[in-house]
Design a protein around this ligand. Structure first.
Ligand code: SAM
Length: 295
């Protein structure tokens, strides 16, 4: 199902577009560096035949990360039922959201077409660039939440555990975002392959998460894992798809309660609010990362 949050806006095209040749873009900010990727998927040095076979395989799932048991959930009711009523809450604290917004500020260029996957009534995009992105498309499971999201030009509702296919043009987005939701995907390898398909060459996929979750709806492989192994898991999701660059990890851990001796922190500790949410993001690019984004 596809819905538009703004009745006057154009419907987002859902028919396949003619695929563009890889590594070509007309955007002035992107420098073309076809073989910059350090992904294990990139054979190096590359012969014409190995690079053409790698190009042909790009976007395919080369191995499954999760076992059948690892994909199971405690609550086996359809996800759409679980998300059938809107939750106008934030799922992580202000520190996490500030870190995520700052990361988006750094990584999303003006004019970027953005897909906010597994979204809700908030997208955490920097407020000062309201009009500076291209089209922002949202996806999630609750239409009321998505309709209230002020950053979305369009949205669609789809249960990715039922059908992982995104009815979106190939190579149509500069950035795909997935905030605090990856733990609910039961076939993440297929969803990451779909994200690869809809990203333009050089486009970025940013997956962020903390240690909060709807326990009964998170997959078994995530539920009882440590933060460290969750980071490893998301890296493996990227590595399971041919053509994503070597994933980068950004983390911002909260100050330990014992290290902070300020009176305010003492009061917060007494009230049980001493720890804030750890911030993790795993980031990867389709085929290559452009030089203007390299630190
Ligand atoms: C914790 S909320 C995060 C929402 C939003 N990204 C944010 O940062 O506030 C988890 C989101 O995952 C989405 N979700 C959960 N299961 C899903 C599924 N099977 N298919 C598609 N989306 C799903 C829901 O739309 C829900 O809004």
């Amino acid at each position: 199902m596809f819905s538009s949050s703004r009745p006057t806006s154009r419907p987002w095209p859902t028919l396949p577009s003619p695929s563009r040749p890889p590594f070509k873009t007309h955007h002035p900010f992107i420098l073309l560096l076809p073989k910059l990727s350090t992904s294990p998927s990139d054979p190096s040095p590359s012969s014409p035949s190995s690079s053409s076979s790698a190009a042909a395989a790009a976007g395919s799932v080369r191995r499954l990360v999760l076992t059948p048991e690892g994909r199971t959930k405690l609550n086996t009711l359809p996800d759409r039922e679980f998300y059938s009523f809107p939750r106008f809450v934030t799922h992580v604290d202000d520190g996490f959201i500030a870190a995520l917004t700052e990361l988006y500020r750094e990584r999303l260029r003006p004019g970027a077409h953005v897909l906010d996957l597994m979204s809700s009534w908030v997208s955490h995009l920097p407020p000062e660039v309201q009009c500076r992105y291209g089209r922002v498309v949202g996806h999630g499971l609750n239409a009321q939440e998505l309709a209230r999201n002020p950053r979305l030009d369009h949205f669609f509702v789809k249960d990715l555990n039922r059908d992982h296919h995104l009815q979106l043009h190939a190579q149509s987005f500069d950035a795909v975002l997935c905030a605090v939701s990856v733990q609910y995907l039961q076939s993440p390898e297929k969803v990451f392959a779909e994200v690869f398909r809809v990203l333009k060459p050089g486009g970025v996929f940013i997956v962020s998460f903390s240690n909060r979750l709807f326990y009964e709806k998170a997959i078994s492989a995530w539920r009882d894992a440590t933060d460290y192994s969750r980071v490893r898991l998301v890296m493996q999701y990227f590595q399971s798809v041919e053509g994503f660059t070597q994933p980068e990890v950004v983390k911002k851990l909260p100050v330990k309660a014992d290290d902070d001796q300020t009176p305010l922190h003492g009061i917060m500790r007494l009230l049980g609010f001493s720890r804030s949410d750890p911030f993790y993001a795993v980031i990867s690019y389709r085929n290559f990362k452009s030089t203007n984004e390299m630190q």
